[in-house]
Design a protein around this ligand. Structure first.
Ligand code: KIV
Length: 271
């Protein structure tokens, strides 16, 4: 038997069982083949091709500009690097909100052309019919509630959401609706820890938090933030495991010096 076939792949069912067994779920973003290989080798349970690629990969200020074609390209790259993790891809802004047929078309393209194992979309009641249509086609859907960055121009700020009772109640009822509609999980972004706990305890599908405290069934971070490549982004919820910005700029500046001083390449590095 080859090593490849011995790897037990993570499925949406595995994540459900992890919640049931009380085992926390780890998720990270990846947008390219090389990073995907590293996060998979590190043992994450799920990899998210987030539309944060719009910020991190393309340098846009928001997640809105990235297109479905670009998200499909990033997903194809990631899928080639993954042996074990569940691969979830974001449907970008404007590809699922307007009508359920368009939503299904976008989700089918992401699965068929991108090779994703599941898709993620932002919102609750407002996109109910789109979720129903996608789930009915046999495509696993992950929801996303709280701070949903595709609505940034409606929110006007990236501050914590659902601090007030009315928004918290809507979020809880949206989360229950997502479960009823057949979503296999839901991301809770930047909401009070107590609310995330209440949501997590009310659902049988896993909640994956980002800035939503310790009671979620799992956690997700943007890879570039957790390895310290983004110096300018330091929200309270972020734990940096490396300072790669300093490491990489240091290595580059040493390389520049070595080239300028004719120290690189030396005889051993030449043919
Ligand atoms: O796009 C993204 O990276 C996300 C995570 C922050 C959850 O949606």
């Amino acid at each position: 038997m080859s090593v490849h076939s011995e790897i037990k792949k993570i499925t949406t069912e595995t994540l459900r069982k992890m919640k049931f067994d009380g085992e926390k779920i780890s998720m990270l973003t990846a947008y390219d083949f090389t990073t995907a290989k590293m996060v998979d080798a590190g043992g994450v349970d799920a990899v998210l091709i987030g539309d944060s690629a719009s910020n991190v990969m393309a340098g846009y200020e928001t997640t809105l500009p990235i297109t479905l074609d670009q998200m499909i390209y990033h997903t194809q790259c990631v899928v080639r690097g993954i042996d074990r993790a569940l691969v979830v891809a974001d449907l970008p802004f404007g590809t699922y909100q307007s009508n359920p047929e368009k939503a299904l078309e976008s989700a089918v393209r992401m699965m068929k052309e991108g090779g994703a194992h599941a898709i993620k979309i932002e919102g609750g009641k407002e996109i109910e019919e789109s979720i129903r249509k996608i789930v009915n086609a046999g495509i696993p859907v992950m929801g996303h509630l709280g701070l949903t960055p595709q609505s940034i121009y409606q929110f006007g700020t990236y501050k914590v959401r659902a601090k007030e009772d009315a928004e918290a109640e809507k979020l809880l009822s949206d989360a229950k609706l997502l479960e009823e509609l057949g979503c296999f999980g839901v991301v809770l972004e930047k909401i009070p820890a107590a609310l995330a706990q209440k949501v997590s305890e009310s659902l049988s599908i896993p909640t994956i938090g980002i800035g939503a405290g310790p009671h979620c069934d799992g956690q997700v971070l943007v890879y570039h933030d957790m390895v310290g490549m983004n110096q300018g982004f330091s929200p309270k919820f972020l734990r940096r495991y490396l300072d790669l910005y300093s490491e990489i700029t240091g290595a580059v500046s040493q390389y520049v010096k070595d080239v300028k001083n004719a120290d690189f390449p030396n005889n051993q590095e030449s043919y």
